[in-house]
Each structure stands twice: as C-alpha cells, then as structure tokens.
Design a protein around this ligand. Structure first.
Ligand SMILES: NC(=O)c1ccc[n+]([C@@H]2O[C@H](COP(=O)([O-])OP(=O)(O)OC[C@H]3O[C@@H](n4cnc5c(N)ncnc54)[C@H](OP(=O)(O)O)[C@@H]3O)[C@@H](O)[C@H]2O)c1
Length: 258
C-alpha cells in the first residue's frame, strides 16, 4: 500500500466512476494524502451526492472543487482555489481522469462528436497541466525526495488500450468508436510531450489504462470493478520512477505500445 502522507492530490471527474473510487481509496488508505482535491462539474447537482457524503466524513482533507475541464475559466478558477489551500507546498499529483466516450462508428460520427471528444479528452487535460504547472513545480522544488515519483510531482492521464495504434487491428472490431479512440491517441501524444517538457522540472508524466471497468462509461459487461482497477492503478503509481517517464502502462503495470 502506497504511503501518500504529506502529499496533495487532485483528481478531475471525482464525483463518479473511477474518479470517485480514486478519491475514496486515497482517503481511506492507511497513510492518506494531507489534501485530496476532487474536481466536479456540478458540486450541487445529484451526480455529486456520493462525493458530498464522502466530504462530510473526511471534511479535514477532502476539498470539492468546481471544475469543468471544457471551460478554461473554470480551470483557472480551480487552480487559484487549490493553490490558496496548498500552503506554499505545491500540488504533488494531478490525475486527469475526467473524459467522455461517444460510442460512434464512422457512419454515426460527425464533426461535433469529434470536437466534443477532443475538447474534453485532450484540450481539457492540456489546460489542466498548463494551469497547474506552477503548483506542480512548487511541489517538485519543495520536496526532498530524490528522482521522480508520484509522491513528489506528477501528471497522470487516464488513457485506454483502444488508443494504442499498434493494437488497433486487435481492438477495433470490439470497439469501433472513432471520437474516443482518436482523442485518447492524441492524449497519449500530449503525455509524451508533457513528459519531455516537464522532465527538467522533475515532474513525472504518464498515461494509465485502468482496464475495462464497470462504470457508466465501461458498462455492465466489463470484467473489472472499480475497487480492483483503482487498487491496481495505485500500486502502479506508487512504483513509477524517472525510468517510466512518458510511458503508457495498464493497471497491472504492463507497458501498452503506442
Ligand atoms: N471504464 C472503463 O472501462 C475505462 C477504460 C479505459 C479508460 N477509461 C478512462 O478512465 C477515466 C474514467 O472513466 P470512467 O469509466 O470512470 O468514466 P465515467 O463513469 O463516465 O465518469 C466520467 C467522469 O468524468 C467527468 N467529466 C466528463 N466530462 C467532464 C467535464 N467536461 N468536466 C469535468 N468532469 C467531466 C464526469 O462528470 P459528470 O458526472 O459531471 O458527467 C465523471 O465524473 C476516463 O478517462 C476514461 O476514458 C475508462
């Protein structure tokens, strides 16, 4: 079990699915982070109910932050709000989890579908990395840990096996979803670019495939539940070092080819 004590983490889309389970597992780990920021599009809406219940139980360390990753103003406001709570220690871990999937074949896909997916799944994580960079740099500079790791400073992007270009001949038939696949492949490139760019600041950047998981997005047929997926993802995160910089790994630690 990873020791997150002394760290701060931010998860986008923290109100349901994998994001909510990440928030829960961080808070309920034996060595929880000092601060868990859960991004949520509509904190007062019905879809934030479980997150709100969690925040009543963990009011001293869970902070719900209004955050729509398709809205640059919302991202800037969230960055200001989070920074004001960090006490000059910086943000150690940013998890770009929020995303959408449109189940569209080529026939069904139009330009709006492509742009919606691209805006949420690529532009959102890019703006998040850009706006939170000062907080991540502060965390890297104020840490006394050697090398790169998620406890020090990292950006983790939730990707997917179906974004792998090399694996496309194997995976296309079961999931011919154009907007999702292409946007997540672009997210993989974003991960590589950020990894190269942020290396000098000792900020680690990786893409993670959580497996095929029972959530609103993954559906009921998925073989994995959120508890096992997030448990695996956290083990992988806690073992990442500079040797892994820029890689895409799955929830069991296996490298996914681009
Ligand atoms: N489930 C799987 O099998 C699977 C497999 C591979 C990869 N992944 C990846 O894992 C991540 C989480 O997936 P999931 O299955 O948990 O999805 P999910 O159940 O559909 O939940 C998606 C989350 O993203 C949030 N979100 C969507 N658009 C947003 C926006 N514009 N601003 C802020 N939040 C937004 C949603 O918030 P609202 O409630 O406000 O809509 C929700 O909290 C995604 O990146 C997904 O691509 C999932």
């Amino acid at each position: 079990m990873a020791a997150w004590k002394g760290s701060s983490v931010l998860i986008t889309g923290g109100n349901r699915g994998l994001g909510l389970e990440m928030v829960r597992q961080f808070l309920e780990s034996p060595n929880p982070p000092d601060q868990v920021f859960a991004g949520c599009r509509d904190p007062e809406g019905p879809r934030a109910k479980c997150l709100k219940d969690l925040s009543e139980k963990h009011s001293e360390r869970l902070f719900i932050v209004q955050l729509d990753i398709t809205d640059p103003v919302s991202i800037k406001e969230a960055a200001k709000q989070v920074e004001s709570k960090l006490n000059n220690r910086g943000l150690n871990l940013l998890i770009n989890n929020a995303a959408i999937n449109l189940h569209r074949t080529l026939d069904e896909t139009d330009s709006d579908d492509m742009m919606r997916c691209y805006k949420t799944n690529v532009v959102g994580p890019m703006l998040m990395a850009k706006e939170f960079l000062p907080c991540l740099k502060m965390a890297a500079q104020s840490s006394d840990l050697q090398g790169m790791c998620c406890r020090k400073a990292a950006v983790i992007n939730l990707s997917t096996l179906v974004a792998s270009i090399e694996k496309c001949p194997e995976t296309f038939g079961m999931a011919p979803m154009y907007p999702y696949r292409t946007s997540k492949a672009a997210l993989n490139m974003l991960t590589q670019c950020l990894s190269e760019d942020f290396r000098k600041e000792e900020i680690l950047c990786n893409a993670i495939h959580p497996g095929w998981v029972k959530t609103d997005m993954g559906g009921k047929e998925a073989p994995l539940d959120v508890v096992d997926s997030v448990g695996g993802v956290f083990q992988v995160l806690s073992a990442l070092t500079e040797k892994n910089a820029g890689q895409c790994l799955d929830w069991e630690g296996k490298i996914i080819p681009w």
